[in-house]
Design a binder for this molecule. Structure first.
Ligand SMILES: Nc1nc2c(ncn2[C@@H]2O[C@H](COP(=O)(O)OP(=O)(O)OP(=O)(O)O)[C@@H](O)[C@H]2O)c(=O)[nH]1
Ligand SMILES: [Mg+2]
Length: 420
């Protein structure tokens, strides 16, 4: 496995320690061994070389001592900084953005995700053509899980691609992405017309969103083939999956699972993943899944909220679902306090409580009504039985007397049958 020295500048920013430990996790997710972290305290980075001269010497020596070939920097470097650090240390220099892009490239499976990642990677590469690290990094990691920055195997090496070819390639990929996204959009519009409420699972990567989704699918009797991919790794999910679920009382929602967040998610990725992320922006309710067993849970919540803000998500009601409570000895679960739930996505009683919380929030505008449906109007009875929660049914001489909890839409349709 490749070995790397991690380095960052601490200028007193909040959460510095946390972002460094996150950098370590990202490094491991890229199958690189973090050997040592070196911090420089500076008010702000040096414009030309990011680190100070003396620090660069120290980094070079540390790499030599640890037999590491890579330097991973906890920030996005300017092209000049990247080149100068390369020149002065002789190391393969990977900044935070390149590292995250690399992980996304390895994980992308669907056509949309591959296109999105590739556009982001080329955009990152465009101003950095005169650096050598990216190509060396690509070559080195190409064997480990495929991908790299140029996942499509066009046969051209990056060195051969000049600026214009890359720009053309970006345009071409954007065009392709638009087409694929248009298809998805058509699907989404079909869903919108169904008038169903939508719930989006959001949160930091590896918090347990996909596990929660699968638990809810299983508990509501969905087919196994509807399950989504869950795994203990950063960015297991890059695609949005939307599933319809129907609860025991006939209430239905569309549930979506999507890409997880990390602090300083590269703007190139946010841009490229806009459509994917839009699923959250259009939801009626967000469930923020948090790994409560992680010592950095608080920072992860802040990161998620910041990212949601960046992608333009605001004003959508949110439930906090503090997951993995089973890993925290002494923590009682499942337990609801206001809009917060402490739970475990692996525990049925927990998932039931989450369902209750979702329903209470989402269906607060449902009303209980009693209707008298004449025998000649059988189709309305059918609608009630399939779309509403029927609480009581009596058969009278005039028709069916039925008490049910109904959505505002259904209440509108049935208003002439109301019985007081
Ligand atoms: N012990 C425990 N592990 C859990 C729980 N929920 C999820 N996990 C594990 O946490 C890991 C990550 O779960 P995922 O559901 O893939 O996480 P995610 O939020 O979808 O992550 P990304 O797709 O990477 O953003 C998996 O190994 C799960 O099995 C839980 O309640 N308890
Ligand atoms: Mg996932």
């Amino acid at each position: 496995m490749d070995r790397a020295i991690l380095a960052g500048i601490n200028s007193g920013q909040e959460n510095f320690e946390y972002t460094m430990s996150e950098l370590g996790a990202l490094t491991e997710a890229s199958e690189i061994e973090p050997e040592l972290s070196i911090i420089q305290k500076l008010d702000k980075p040096v414009a030309a070389s990011y680190f100070g001269k003396g620090k660069l010497v120290e980094l070079k020596e540390a790499a030599l001592a640890k037999d590491a070939e890579m330097l991973i920097v906890n920030d996005e470097l300017t092209p000049t900084q990247l080149r100068n650090i390369e020149d002065q240390t002789g190391l393969i220099v990977i900044d935070r953005t390149a590292l995250i892009l690399q992980i996304f490239a390895r994980r992308a499976r669907s056509r949309v995700a591959k296109l999105q990642v590739e556009i982001a990677a080329l955009q990152y590469r465009l101003p950095r053509l005169r650096t050598s690290s990216l190509n060396r990094f690509d070559q080195q990691t190409a064997g480990g899980g495929g991908g790299g920055f140029t996942s499509r195997g066009s046969g051209e090496t990056q060195m051969e691609l000049n600026r214009r070819t890359i720009q053309n390639q970006i345009n071409h990929l954007r065009h392709q992405l638009k087409e694929v996204e248009q298809e998805e959009l058509t699907k989404r519009h079909a869903r919108d017309r169904s008038g169903l409420k939508t719930v989006a699972l959001v949160g930091y990567t590896n918090a347990g969103k996909s596990t929660t989704m699968n638990g809810l699918l299983r508990l509501t009797g969905q087919n196994e083939d509807k399950q989504v991919f869950e795994k203990n790794m950063l960015f297991a999910t890059l695609d949005t999956s939307v599933r319809k679920i129907q609860f025991a009382d006939n209430k239905e929602v569309l549930l979506s699972d999507t890409v997880g967040f990390v602090s300083q998610l590269p703007h190139q990725l946010v841009e490229a993943f806009k459509t994917t992320l839009a699923e959250a922006a259009q939801a009626d309710l967000l469930v923020q899944v948090v790994d409560v067993s992680d010592p950095h849970a608080k920072e992860m919540v802040a990161t998620t909220e910041k990212t949601l803000h960046e992608i333009g998500v605001k004003g959508i009601p949110m439930i906090y679902a503090f997951n993995k409570a089973d890993l925290e000895p002494g923590l009682r679960y499942p337990e609801i306090a206001g809009d917060q739930l402490t739970f475990s996505a692996r525990d049925d009683a927990s998932l039931e409580m989450l369902i209750k919380l979702i329903k209470d929030t989402l269906f607060a505008d449902f009303q209980t009504q009693t209707y008298l449906i004449p025998f000649s109007q059988g189709k309305y009875l059918e609608q009630l039985n399939s779309k509403a929660t029927v609480l009581k049914t009596d058969y009278t001489a005039e028709g069916t007397l039925i008490t049910a909890e109904v959505s505002p839409q259904l209440a509108g349709i049935l208003s002439r049958f109301v019985q007081d």
